[in-house]
Ligand binder design. Structure first.
Ligand code: ZN
Length: 459
């Protein structure tokens, strides 16, 4: 019995001594490390792990600078990482681990808006195509569901592989809120030539819920025999009562185009232009020189165009050297035309136009005299107010076309300067004619009754 007690006491003493020894070892002989910040530490995907700090003590002394830190965190890879902090040596060393979790905390993004969605009455809801993107996942799980049996609220949802979820809830309204759409066939502005027959091409009306609507009301009218700007108003109403209107201006115009061609005739261009004019039923004016074959001048005349005079040589140094030289040259080309056609043309255009300044080089004031003298002698001269640019600014058919059509105006006579010796003018002429026809112009040739179009004289 006594022995038993003794053993117990001895046992207790041993446990006590061991406990004290352990405590002394753990809390006094071993260094201690304490970590700043949270453990585990969470790092957002694609962010850098920044050391939050630590401190270490040994026997009351700060030995933080002796701590060896090891371990790496790859912020571009989701997962669990370990940072190891170690201080001291052998059995007197201490190690602490910090867990670092690289996590995707960002929600996916969706193309869906929160706006109410309208569904045609009697139709089924058609979900929007969900396009979801995520900072981490290439593919994002998407879905949609109704929040009630009546299907008046829908939720779109996107979830990434880390469980981040975006939801967008919106109202579904079974109503037609959208007005029909009216397409004004042929454009909202139409020019028609005075006296022309015009049929209203009408409109095409489509509705988001009702499809094509045929019942369209038109208000307004036009009188093709009276110059004016008329407005037609089209009205369409869908089954839900949404109303749409559109208007068209019908402008009855007297716009006229004189196509005039200088410097010809010329084989390969003038003949093709004559073919096109014939096909299009358009008459034009050719200011010819002594160049080119006689038969093209004959064709111009026989096919009903005006053969007009530009001068024989088109040589500035000759024609503008003196009044007499000019008239000699002019009569030379007049005689050529008369010889070929039997017609004595008195319709002229000055090379360079009446406004030219090049004549100053040869004879001061000659244009001031000639512009008067030609009229005294029974001629009429025609400058231009639309330039095709084919003698300078462009060498492309598209350039000739746009230069001309962009300068046309409905409220005046359009005297168009072109050169039938240019291939790109030849290649543009059909489109110019078509544009004119489609935009309510009529084409005329110059006659002795045509009012002169004159530029300011500069010499
Ligand atoms: Zn010329």
């Amino acid at each position: 019995m006594k022995n038993k007690k003794l053993f117990l006491i001895i046992g207790l003493i041993i446990v006590l001594v061991l406990g004290i020894m352990f405590s002394v070892y753990e809390f006094i002989l071993l260094p201690s490390i304490s970590l700043k910040g949270k453990n585990p530490t969470i790092v957002k995907y694609e962010s850098k792990y920044v050391e939050k700090g630590y401190s270490a003590k040994y026997l009351g002394k700060d030995i933080s600078k002796d701590v060896i830190v090891s371990g790496k965190v790859n912020g571009k890879k989701l997962g669990e990482y370990k940072i190891k902090y170690k201080v001291g040596k052998g059995i007197f060393s201490k190690t602490v681990i910090r867990k670092v979790l690289v996590k995707d905390l960002e929600k996916p993004k969706m193309n869906i808006t929160k706006d109410d969605v309208y569904v045609c009455p009697g139709s089924d809801f058609v979900p929007e195509k969900i396009i979801a993107t995520d900072n981490y996942d290439k593919k994002v799980k998407t879905t949609y569901y109704f929040n009630n049996n009546e299907k008046t609220e829908v939720t779109y949802q996107a979830t990434d592989s880390s469980g981040n979820t975006t939801v967008i809830t919106k109202k579904v309204l079974y109503e037609d809120k959208e007005a029909p759409k009216i397409e004004v066939i042929g454009g909202e502005e139409m020019y028609i030539q005075l006296g022309a027959i015009y049929d209203d091409p009408g409109v095409k009306v489509t509705d988001n819920c009702d499809g094509e609507i045929k019942d369209v009301k038109r208000e307004g009218s036009w009188d093709a025999n009276k110059l004016g700007d008329y407005t037609l108003t089209y009205t369409a109403v869908d089954k839900a009562g949404n109303k749409a209107t559109a208007t068209r201006r019908v402008i009855v115009s007297n716009g006229v185009i004189y196509l005039t061609f200088d410097d010809g005739p010329n084989s390969g261009t003038t003949n093709v232009i004559l073919d096109i004019l014939k096909e299009e039923g358009v008459k034009a004016t050719f200011f010819v020189t002594n160049n080119g074959p006689d038969e093209l001048i004959k064709r111009e005349y026989d096919e009903g165009h005006t053969v007009a005079l530009h001068t024989a040589t088109h040589d500035y140094s000759i024609i503008y050297s003196s009044d007499e030289a000019y008239f000699n040259d002019l009569y030379s080309v007049q005689n050529r035309v008369k010889r070929i056609t039997g017609y004595e043309s008195k319709i002229i255009r000055f090379p360079g136009g009446a406004s030219n300044t090049i004549s100053r080089r040869y004879n001061s004031g000659i244009m001031s005299r000639l512009t008067k003298e030609v009229v005294n002698r029974g001629f009429k001269y025609y400058d231009w107010n639309v330039s095709s640019g084919d003698a300078g600014s462009t060498t492309q058919a598209s350039g000739v076309y746009s230069n001309v059509v962009n300068s046309l105006r409905h409220d005046r006579v359009n005297m168009v300067l072109m050169h039938d010796i240019k291939s790109y003018t030849r290649d543009a002429i059909r489109d110019i004619i078509r544009y004119g026809k489609n935009n309510g112009y009529r084409f005329e040739k110059i006659t002795m009754d045509t009012e002169m179009i004159t530029q300011r004289v500069n010499n």
